[in-house]
Design a protein around this ligand. Structure first.
Ligand code: SD4
Length: 328
């Protein structure tokens, strides 16, 4: 009989509280990174039931986590850069190759919605910095400070040493976006299938805590933090953005699925490629990949243990799945 550990190593199909017996889960219609994906998927499913598109689903899910000041890595309450400023990165991609993104956006909570507006209301795919903020204001997005007292206090503590050393958001120690934090919350990447079977994805984050001013990670980069091909499926990433970009992580996962791999195997193949490329340089980093194919099969894989994701079926049942890891 397969052990739980064996199932995890085989691609993370076991639920945290699940039995050791292999079961075929009902097809997923929405997946999101980390435990906070549960609340995100619930919002997405509500939009699906109301006839919303896959893009509506992922946007709704991303907004839930962006508005939550209690997590230190997405939207309001995100960790600031080393100058004490919270800057957001986000992108969306839909079934028809529609893409929109913002990077280094300040003072606007719902970066995912601004990214969608870039896609739908401009001839461009990405706006950054002050241009992104001005566009958001012109579109009627409200502005506010995104720095919570908790995030500011963490930044002031960090200033005492000012050492930028991303730690893995994993069981192997800490989490990347919030040194010293105890939660596993992180960037949220979301993939969804609507009632018409169309796929869309979104990714939104405040990026690596205490990054240099102007630093942009993988999350708003189509092909790195997110990629969707409606003929195949989609993938999204969390972890050290510089590593995700090196292997065009999400695009690489989708291409592996195109060539026949299931989602978990596809994620694993890209994590292994990164490890081959960088060797010991990624030993202390976390990179986690999550994929959903058009048949509703979900899977993930990470460098470090501890990566979880939320999988929701059409009936609204959600399970939190723990992905396999290379350095397990
Ligand atoms: C970034 N991938 O900015 C994001 C942040 C993240 O763990 O996921 N941190 O690099």
């Amino acid at each position: 009989m397969a052990t739980r550990r064996g199932l995890l190593a085989a691609g993370g199909l076991a639920t945290v509280a699940g039995s050791a017996r292999a079961q075929t889960p009902s097809p997923a219609v929405m997946v999101s990174t980390w435990d906070f994906g549960r609340a995100a998927n619930a919002a997405g499913l509500e939009r699906r039931r109301a006839g919303g598109s896959a893009l509506d689903m992922v946007e709704a899910g991303g907004r839930v986590v962006e508005a939550d000041g209690g997590n230190g890595s997405v939207g309001f309450g995100g960790m600031p850069d080393r100058d004490g400023r919270v800057t957001l990165d986000a992108c969306v991609m839909d079934w028809a190759g529609g893409i929109g993104a913002v990077a280094a956006l300040e003072d606007v909570v719902h970066a995912v919605s601004v990214a969608r507006a870039v896609m739908e209301k401009t001839p461009h795919w990405m706006l950054v910095g002050t241009g992104a903020r001005e566009f958001a204001v012109a579109q009627g997005f409200p502005t506010q400070s995104l720095l919570t007292p908790e995030a500011e206090a963490a930044w002031r503590r960090w200033l005492e040493t000012s050492e930028y050393a991303p730690r893995p958001n994993s069981e192997n120690g800490g989490w990347a976006s919030m040194p010293g934090g105890e939660n596993n919350h992180d960037t949220i990447g979301l993939l969804a299938l609507d009632q018409a079977g169309r796929m869309a994805g979104a990714c939104t984050t405040s990026g690596m805590a205490f990054k240099m001013r102007g630093r942009v990670g993988d999350s708003p980069i189509v092909g790195a933090g997110l990629f969707v091909d409606d003929a195949v499926g989609g993938a999204t990433a969390t972890g050290v953005g510089e590593d995700v970009v090196r292997v065009a992580g999400s695009h690489a996962v989708v291409e592996a699925m195109r060539h026949g791999m299931d989602p978990a195997a596809a994620c694993r193949s890209v994590i292994e490629r990164l490890a081959r490329l960088r060797g010991t340089q990624v030993a202390g980093h976390q990179v986690a990949l999550l994929a959903l194919d058009k048949a509703g099969r979900a899977g993930g894989f990470a460098l470090q243990p501890g990566f979880t994701y939320a999988v929701t079926d059409a009936a609204g049942e959600t399970r939190i799945v723990r992905a396999g890891a290379l350095f397990a």
